[in-house]
Ligand binder design. Structure first.
Ligand code: VGL
Ligand code: ZN
Length: 200
């Protein structure tokens, strides 16, 4: 069975938000249309405490865009974003949410970041998404959302690694593109991980 996974389509990632992804708002009508084609629709939300380690504000002398090391891995520092239970962490008002059967929150631990909807960046703690899909007999996932080069990338790669037949709906994703070519590279990495890229 098929499921649509909508990644991090939240106000803070839309134009005007704290970590705006260019043209992120294009995805609202696209998500509304795509949802009608799937029996199961799942969403992820970036959901941080206000002292989250990925926020530049938590590291003296550091700025947004700097890269530090957390747990032996490089960590990009972001503006404060998607703080749990704030307007920025909500779905946009015009997103249809009736068909979303479950929302998986990630990045909730102040000490670790989580780009993937399945695991934290160290791959140690599961969100429950993988188990949910298995329990519901879902073997195929179609991934869309924000941002191509971070959370979409990580979510699609983990889905493929976990053995789900995984499609990236490329024209239903938008990226941060901090460095030119980031989205292109992310798509290549997804392909190399066994993700089938459709819609481009
Ligand atoms: C994301 C940066 C920081 C994303 C989340 O949803 O792609 N990017 N937190
Ligand atoms: Zn985040």
């Amino acid at each position: 069975m098929n499921a649509l996974i909508i990644v991090d389509l939240q106000n803070d990632f839309l134009p005007g938000g704290a970590l705006a992804v260019p043209h992120g708002d294009d995805l609202i009508p696209i998500a509304n249309r795509l949802q009608t084609r799937f029996d199961t629709v799942i969403a992820t939300k970036d959901w941080h405490p206000k002292n989250h380690c990925s926020f530049a504000s938590q590291h003296a002398g550091k700025q947004v865009g700097d890269v530090i090391e957390i747990d032996g891995r490089p960590q990009v520092l972001w503006p404060d974003h998607c703080v749990a239970d704030t307007p920025g962490s909500e779905f946009p008002a015009s997103l249809e949410t009736e068909k979303i059967s479950k929302v998986f929150h990630k990045g909730t631990d102040p000490e670790r970041d989580s780009y993937s909807g399945f695991f934290d960046n160290g791959g140690r703690y599961a969100t429950g998404l993988g188990r949910y899909l298995h329990t519901h007999g879902i073997d195929t996932v179609h991934v869309m959302g924000l941002a191509t080069d971070y959370c979409v990338r990580a979510t699609a790669i983990d889905a493929a690694r976990l053995g789900f037949k995984t499609f990236l709906i490329a024209d239903a994703c938008r990226g941060v593109e901090m460095n030119a070519g980031d989205c292109r590279r992310a798509i290549d990495e997804m392909r190399n991980a066994g993700v089938e890229v459709e819609g481009m």
